[in-house]
Design a protein around this ligand. Structure first.
Ligand code: MN
Length: 742
């Protein structure tokens, strides 16, 4: 690349370059310079609200990123973080990737996607979901680090923004970004974000606390470093191994104490605090003795949380003593182990439902990151360090927005149906469609992180489909669907359950009569604690009782009724082939991955018809098998890593279909009807009327009142199919028609 006036412009990042060269770590300085010059070209002519040239902002962010100890790519991403969004007419991710590599492009992409959220009026649980979603969306934790630096600089310069914007930005900083910085262990950034956010959210309270601090401690800025020095000298005299941490309480934390715990400023004794971390419990008491010898202790302020831990397992000795010039300060003494529990242990209390990772696991990972970023850890070469940050924190969860901006978290692989049921069972039960980011999407789609999901409901919806139970990912959705069927569809459940059980009985013996089967089912029902045969059929029908659970009992009961010599070995029924299987292009009508004339066959599980949305599966040996896109086998098969790459795009060649060059197709339906003598005759008459050939017809009685007719017939396409089905629905005594065998 060629840049103009490079030397002059590079002056702007002189202090950054100085910082990098004195860090002792290795950086790709040329790449960093290039990223700066490129960003500077892109933002040429753009200005911030303050009136400064825009490039001032990326430079400042890059400096904060570098000070955190992040790597070359993070610094480059900091320079480039606003280019793709703000200079879209000049650049894009592909260009960034070409110039600066895939990693930088990935970081910039992640940063571009982390849009501002409207979090006004959100409850804490929602805030927590938003924080977790941000972590999930930034596949690489460096995205969050750079984002925090970006946010920090924006907060430092928030004054220039319009009033309304200031408030929402500050609110978001307080509730989303500061807690994230805390969890990642970047205390300095967390504290500065909190203080700045407070300054805009409650300027009067902020000024009040600052005035108090000035009044009381204004003259003693180096108080705590002096205390540190004397305590350290004294502990060394006693040969203790220890770590000392000193801190000055921030404006925000004093504010919180005064307002949340309604304390007066004068009651806050831990403005200055010292923490002593030693090896053993005994040494804690030794150190306490030393402190009380050095300073006068304040009565009533000593707490022994070692002998009496707090309910959350917190252990420490707390005391408040009076230092030089009468200034009180708090001392906390604990072992390294107690320190660890104090910092991270509380996390163990937060558990999440829906099978996702527990808060504890998440915090363990975050804790590990914050340990890595600890500046004292000099052993790691920058590259190894950064590589280890590429972890997927919430790999097993998906976070989506509702149109109102709430975030819903569900296990990864959840479909739109799962999301509908997660909102409310009534939403799921009345769902007729869905939109993702405003576009209609099939309800079995799995939405991606950050997408806006809108569920379309209708009061006239007939309720969920039985297929949904095979599609949904979460047990919650499945059980809600099951509940619905249990309540709403008892008579249909009984028919379906009965046919399932009958089929199992037929596998055991073909020599049972209708009344014997009813007797068998009634006996099994009693054995599983149900009143009568219909109750069991109902339970099997709505899925509350998996048939596998009653197989053994069923077999025993069948063998009681059928004499052993009558037992018939089960033979797999051979498929009736009425239409020649299509092969080698002779029988066209399907375009596979853009190509005509491929060898394929139609899957028997779903019998796709022209007009159905379809997909191919590359079989071993006989070409591509064509399934309906919503076939349950496709939905489960797509999840299998082993088979995933064998799914292939397929579509109908509708012009061929129209000309009739493709032959005929098979359609399969089940008709639920009253057990009326006329019904079969009327169905076949209706089909003859429509010139539809019957390929196969089977009738089973269900109890005394109902029959199920399984019908296979010839069909031109999905439109033809729908018109056949709607005609059949008008046949007297037909109650319901379901596509497919099951
Ligand atoms: Mn920015």
């Amino acid at each position: 690349m060629h840049y103009s006036d490079t030397d002059e412009r590079l002056e702007q990042i002189k202090s950054l370059l100085g910082m990098l060269s004195s860090s002792g770590k290795k950086f790709d300085i040329e790449k960093i310079k290039d990223a700066f010059l490129y960003a500077s070209d892109m933002h040429e002519g753009q200005f911030r609200n303050s009136g400064e040239p825009y490039i001032v902002h990326p430079i400042a962010v890059a400096e904060i990123v570098a000070a955190l100890g992040l790597d070359t790519d993070s610094i480059c991403a900091a320079f480039l973080h606003d280019t793709v969004e703000d200079c879209s007419e000049k650049t894009n991710l592909d260009i960034i990737s070409k110039f600066f590599g895939q990693d930088v492009a990935m970081l910039v992409d992640g940063l571009t996607k982390l849009v501002d959220m409207n979090i006004e009026d959100k409850e804490e649980a929602q805030m927590e979901n938003i924080r977790r979603m941000l972590l999930a969306m930034s596949k690489d934790i460096r995205v969050i680090f750079v984002k925090l630096c970006d946010r920090l600089h924006n907060m430092r310069t928030l004054d220039a923004k319009p009033e309304a914007k200031r408030r929402t930005t500050a609110l978001e900083t307080m509730h989303v970004y500061a807690p994230l910085a805390h969890r990642l262990g970047i205390q300095r950034i967390k504290q500065e974000l909190e203080n700045l956010a407070l300054l805009y959210l409650d300027p009067i309270g902020y000024a009040e606390v600052t005035n108090h601090i000035e009044e009381k401690y204004g003259q003693n800025r180096d108080f705590i470093s002096n205390v540190r020095k004397s305590v350290s000298d004294e502990l060394e005299r006693y040969n203790l191994k220890f770590t000392l941490e000193g801190r000055v309480k921030t404006v925000y934390s004093i504010y919180r104490k005064m307002y949340n715990q309604s304390k007066e400023f004068d009651e806050i004794y831990d403005f200055y605090a010292l923490r002593i971390i030693v090896e053993t419990e005994l040494e804690c008491y030794t150190a306490l003795g030393i402190i009380h010898e050095m300073y006068k202790s304040m009565p009533g302020r000593f707490k022994d949380y070692i002998s009496t831990p707090k309910p959350n397992m917190y252990q420490s000795l707390h005391t408040t003593v009076i230092g030089r010039a009468g200034i009180p300060f708090e001392v906390q003494i604990r072992t390294r182990e107690m320190h660890h529990i104090a910092e991270y242990g509380i996390a163990a209390h937060w558990k999440y439902k829906s099978g996702a990772q527990s808060r504890e696991e998440i915090d363990n990972k975050l804790e590990w990151i914050s340990r890595l970023i600890d500046t004292e850890n000099e052993n790691l070469a920058p590259d190894d360090f950064m590589h280890s940050l590429k972890i997927d924190i919430f790999h097993d969860e998906t976070f989506v927005f509702t149109p109102k901006g709430d975030v819903i978290a569900l296990p990864q692989g959840s479909t739109l149906i799962d999301f509908a049921y997660a909102i409310h069972s009534q939403i799921g039960n009345r769902m007729v469609g869905a939109k993702i980011n405003g576009m209609i999407a099939p309800i079995d789609r799995c939405p991606q992180n950050g997408e806006i999901v809108e569920i379309i409901t209708s009061a006239s919806s007939k309720g969920p489909s039985r297929d949904w139970m095979k599609i949904v990912k979460t047990g919650e959705a499945r059980s809600k669907i099951r509940q619905w069927f249990k309540k709403e569809k008892r008579s249909e459940n009984i028919i379906i359950g009965r046919s399932d059980i009958d089929r199992e009985i037929a596998r055991i013996s073909k020599n049972t009569t209708e009344s014997q089967r009813t007797e068998i089912i009634a006996s099994v029902a009693k054995r599983v604690g149900m009143q009568e045969a219909d109750d069991l059929c109902n339970a099997v029908g709505y899925g509350g009782m998996p048939i596998s659970k009653i197989l053994a009992k069923l077999k025993e009961e069948v063998l009681k009724v059928v004499k052993p010599e009558e037992e018939v070995k089960i033979v797999e029924v051979e498929e009736v082939k009425t239409v020649a299987p299509p092969s080698n292009g002779k029988y066209g009508g399907i375009i596979i991955d853009g190509e005509r004339g491929c060898a394929f066959k139609f899957a028997k599980c779903c019998n796709p018809l022209p007009g159905d949305s379809i997909i191919g599966f590359i079989t071993k040996g006989y070409g591509v098998s064509i399934h309906k896109r919503d076939c349950p086998n496709v939905i489960t098969g797509m999840k299998s890593e082993e088979f995933f790459h064998r799914w292939i795009r397929a579509e109908w060649d509708l012009s061929e279909v129209k000309q009739g060059n493709t032959g005929i197709y098979e359609a399969v339906i089940q008709i639920f009807a009253d057990n009326d003598i006329s019904v079969i005759a009327n169905i076949t008459a209706a089909l003859a009327d429509m010139r539809v050939s019957i390929l196969q017809i089977n009738t089973r009685k269900q109890g005394d009142d109902d029959v199920v007719v399984s019908l296979k017939f010839t069909c031109k396409d999905i439109g033809h199919f729908n018109s056949v089905v709607s005609k059949l629905r008008n046949v007297p005594h037909v109650n319901n028609i379901v596509r497919g065998f099951n």
